[in-house]
Design a protein around this ligand. Sequence first.
Ligand code: NAD
Length: 333
Amino acid sequence: MIQTVVFDTKPYDREALQRAASGRGIELRFMEWRLSAETAATAHGAQAVCTFVNDRVDRPCLEALAALGVKHIALRCAGFNSIDLPAAKELGLVVTRVPAYSPYAVAEHAVALLLALNRKIPRANNRVHDLNFSLQGLVGFDLHGKTAGIFGTGKIGRITAQILRGFGMKVLAYDPFPSPDWAIEHGVEYTDARTLASQSEVISLHTPLTPETRHIICRESLELMKPGTILVNVSRGALIDTTALIEALKSGRLGGVALDVYEEEEGVFFEDLSGQILQDDELARLLTFPNVLITAHQAFLTAEALSEIARVTVENIVAFGNGQPLLPETSLT
Ligand code: NAD
């Protein structure tokens, strides 16, 4: 049996992983807490650990895991900014991820947020439940004929662009590694980052978080945006400088901001903190703006995505545990 400790688990991912692991020679031990240097000791006896987006798999954590005899870190997500890959390599730890589970799930959530924010659906729904049927303050704008800027045209960015083309939007895109054939096929126009920022009414971020993309949305890029622009981020929180974002929102220049991710989401998103006192002042401030819509990192959360994440994660654990080749594109070290 391949002993595997699974960190930061919730009932929905436990269920999917248990189903995928059934009869595959894996023993899963589920932990509710996140993996970090402080909690690494709870992986004792494991050959593999399985982590999610907010585990902190830094060098001290990896050293602790290596000392325990852990050989494999199986990320059950696409983004790998949570792990220090050079340190893992140095320590001889194999790291795998799930590069694509359902890019549709994430792209559709980005568009759901855009529609809900632009047409003020959460506010309208709250009003109607309070028997307030007034439409005052609920004016949105037609997406048809407007320009969307897609920052990053990988798997998720491309699907988001295609959906927005379906609404009759003009789509501009920026990516250091463009896909020219795809752009021609779908009527998408590549441009530079500044032009994208200054000419779009809707900007959606689909790049991974790397040292180059950290705070790619900062005071300067926010100032380039047209007044009334809607910004959507379903990728990683630290793509946006939150302090600069709050300033831009206070100035009234931004049309709205839809976030599924937040710079300081670790320890907050995925948790039920109702009844507690929120300690994050910037998140508290964001929650006061009528034109800010936030979901707690749920873009991936569809039945299809959960079972595909579980399937690929289990395949990786079984393959590595049995000395077989890993699935293509899943290996990070
Ligand atoms: P992908 O690797 O297919 O595409 C990423 C694209 O970004 C690539 O085309 C790459 O060239 C481009 N890129 C890299 N650096 C860039 C830069 N400086 N400027 C512009 N583009 C740049 O990844 P994907 O599957 O489309 O996922 C994108 C991101 O979405 C992931 O890295 C992850 O952080 C995030 N994500 C979020 C959720 C969620 O639930 N909210 C779920 C899955 C993925």
